[in-house]
Design a protein around this ligand. Structure first.
Ligand SMILES: [Zn+2]
Length: 323
């Protein structure tokens, strides 16, 4: 299974369980593939019989409206002009099609293809919507150049890396994690597991600080760029905290990506098939890798459900290194 298929399966799985966040940024290297998946996913989210399925039914009223290209609860936005820029007028028209007085219960979905084409004004307008979204709204942004989006937009979205090849791993996090993961050999024992857990929690602490600084700088830059005179201090502080939290979680997701890559390499037969070289040493047995995959799955769930972070990490590390 390719990394792209693996990640999209995970997304559909979350979607099946109804564990969705408010906004996603699907980032990758092939726009066609990304957009196709995004449309397939939106169609599934809108389907009346989506529960427990991976594909839209194709027959319900919602699916028929989709085929007719006029779904009242699905709005799309993409660059249309030659300049490949999405002007703020387009963004406003897009937002106006949402029902801000809708009742709870059904998704309203906004799909933005080539989100990096939103100009600064459009991005700022969209940011306001993300802060006070319409009821039940889910936004799905697709971009192959997400570095062009405001950091405050990126941090409000769950960033999903859908690379057609191997995922890009954050080099600084990779460097911090590698020696810790090296401690987690099956049979290394509880001591090694706890040492790895301590290291990982220290790394998380550093990531929290890094997230806070990044957001602080981004907000300062944004304030400087905007003409908005009234900048209520209290609201800014709350906003900064919420954004730093989101940014931190996306860094932590990156840690999980690295741990998954490490586990995938651990089960690969020889070193030549380990593109990132996160794992070194002898390959694990099929049973050991299955156990590891299971532990990673629990770690992801525990962190996703905001369980005590230290406990989740300790549990993962000691179980992985168990004698
Ligand atoms: Zn359907």
């Amino acid at each position: 299974m390719s990394p792209f298929q693996r990640s999209t399966r995970r997304l559909l799985e979350l979607s099946r369980r109804g564990e969705l966040r408010q906004s996603y940024l699907l980032s990758g290297d092939r726009l066609g593939e990304l957009s196709d998946f995004a449309r397939r996913w939106v169609r599934l989210l809108a389907c009346d019989f989506a529960a427990g399925r991976d594909e839209a039914c194709g027959e319900c009223a919602s699916c028929r409206m989709w085929t007719g290209n006029s779904h009242p609860r699905v709005q799309s936005l993409a660059p249309t002009s030659k300049s490949r820029e999405i002007p703020v007028a387009d963004m406003r028209a897009f937002m106006q099609r949402f029902d801000f007085r809708a009742e709870e219960g059904r998704h309203q979905i906004g799909l933005i293809i080539e989100a990096e084409c939103l100009n600064t004004e459009s991005q700022n307008a969209f940011l306001k919507t993300l802060e006070e979204p319409p009821t039940g709204a889910i936004f799905i942004l697709v971009s192959c150049r997400n570095e062009r989006l405001l950091p405050t937009i990126r941090s409000r979205c769950q960033v999903v890396n859908l690379m057609s090849n191997e995922p890009l791993l954050d080099p600084s996090l990779l460097a911090g994690l590698q020696p810790l993961l090296a401690l987690l050999r099956p049979g290394a024992g509880a001591g090694a597991g706890l040492k790895a857990a301590d290291g990982m929690l220290a790394l998380f602490k550093g990531m929290k600080e890094r997230a806070a600084i990044e957001i602080e700088e981004a907000i300062a830059a944004e304030l400087e760029a905007s003409q908005d005179e009234e900048a209520p201090k209290k609201k800014d502080k709350d906003r900064a905290e919420a954004l730093a939290g989101a940014r931190y979680r996306s860094l932590r997701d990156q840690v999980l990506v690295i741990i998954e890559a490490w586990a995938a390499e651990a089960s690969a037969g020889d070193a030549a098939t380990r593109p990132h070289q996160v794992f070194s040493g002898e390959a694990l047995s099929p049973l050991q890798s299955a156990r590891l995959a299971d532990l990673i799955e629990s770690l992801k769930l525990d962190l996703g459900f905001n369980m005590n972070e230290a406990l989740a990490v300790e549990c993962f590390c000691t179980q992985a290194a168990k004698k």
